[in-house]
Design a protein around this ligand. Structure first.
Ligand SMILES: [Ca+2]
Ligand SMILES: [Ca+2]
Length: 126
């Protein structure tokens, strides 16, 4: 993944990308190019929605077109990076993907929540 502003953070046994550090209002991007076989896929993002007073936002784009955009407002019970806060969200269903397609994750942090993203998963639709 090509990271802009996002950097790798390791915490509590997890290894993920984050906007922690720097200023408290950064936006970041993680761009990857699809390299699997052409076909239909569901796209799933794994990210941390922490119990914070202010809320980060995430967005996922396919070839520059927004697939999903949301605010991290869930109350899962903890403020930290823990498995309980690791959310799986389907951001695209039955997408036609071909090698070279660009998938971009965009994070906008809040002062409390650094828009931490753990994984992006392509699930072939059978
Ligand atoms: Ca930051
Ligand atoms: Ca949150």
């Amino acid at each position: 993944m090509a990271l802009t502003n996002y950097r790798v953070e390791t915490l509590n046994g997890f290894n993920f990308i984050s906007l922690k550090g720097g200023t408290t209002t950064e936006s970041g991007s993680a761009l990857t190019t699809f390299a699997g076989p052409a076909g239909q896929y569901d796209l799933v993002l794994g990210y941390f929605d922490e119990d914070d007073r202010t809320f980060a936002q995430l967005e996922v784009k396919l070839n520059g077109v927004s697939l999903a955009q949301w605010t991290l407002t869930q109350k899962l019970g903890l403020i930290s990076v823990v498995s309980k806060n690791l959310v799986r969200r389907t951001v695209g269903v039955n997408l036609s993907l071909a090698p070279g397609d660009r998938i971009e994750i965009i994070g906008r942090e809040s002062p409390d929540e650094p828009a931490r993203v753990d994984y992006l998963q392509f699930i072939p639709v059978l």
